[in-house]
Write a protein that binds this ligand. Structure first.
Ligand code: HEM
Length: 146
């Protein structure tokens, strides 16, 4: 349903801008977690990381996720993306990224309570997830292989 007219490219630009902010936040947070876990629970350093993580979520990650979804869904309706195979692949990985976002928010809460359930190695390994997902998503939406 082409309803955006000349605004289509503006909406697409806005979509990609918020995708960049979202990805930046998703790459930063597990790094924050690794540094955070080096501080002693209850220390000044611990409190500083709790505050930084809260702010990254509130100011960058959460608004970017919402706006990426809103602009992405507007584009979906505009080009009737639902009928394309590449879009289903993209959506699968976007849902995965959104779940990863949820996990990040959950782990930040755990750290704020003094719980450190993952090792640095596990956190560094998790940090590969958004990179791989972003690569698949960009290939799906640009190459449109099917
Ligand atoms: C949140 C749900 C999302 C939805 C519903 C969505 C949907 C869409 C749609 C329908 C388009 C238009 C494609 C076209 O005009 O040919 C688009 C463009 C794009 N999306 Fe998304 N998207 C989402 C999230 C993401 C994410 C997380 C990324 C990257 C990690 C991403 C990267 C891109 C890029 C780079 C383009 C521009 C492609 C071009 O130049 O044509 N999107 N998106």
């Amino acid at each position: 349903m082409a309803y955006l007219g000349a605004a289509y490219l503006w909406v697409k630009a806005a979509h990609v801008i918020f995708v960049i902010f979202l990805m930046a936040g998703l790459f930063m947070m597990p790094r924050f977690f690794v540094y955070h876990q080096e501080s002693a629970p209850g220390s000044d350093e611990d409190r500083k990381w709790i505050d930084r993580e809260k702010r990254l979520l509130k100011i960058i990650l959460n608004p970017s996720l919402v706006l990426t979804w809103i602009f992405g869904l507007m584009l979906m309706v505009e080009i009737g993306a639902w009928s394309f195979g590449w879009f289903h692949l993209k959506l699968l990985f976007v849902l995965g990224l959104s779940a990863y976002h949820g996990w990040i928010a959950g782990y930040a809460k755990k750290l704020a309570k003094g719980q450190r359930t993952l090792t640095d190695r596990q956190l560094r390994l998790f940090n590969e997830v958004p990179g791989i997902a972003a690569a698949v998503i960009v290939i799906a939406v640009i190459v449109k292989p099917f």
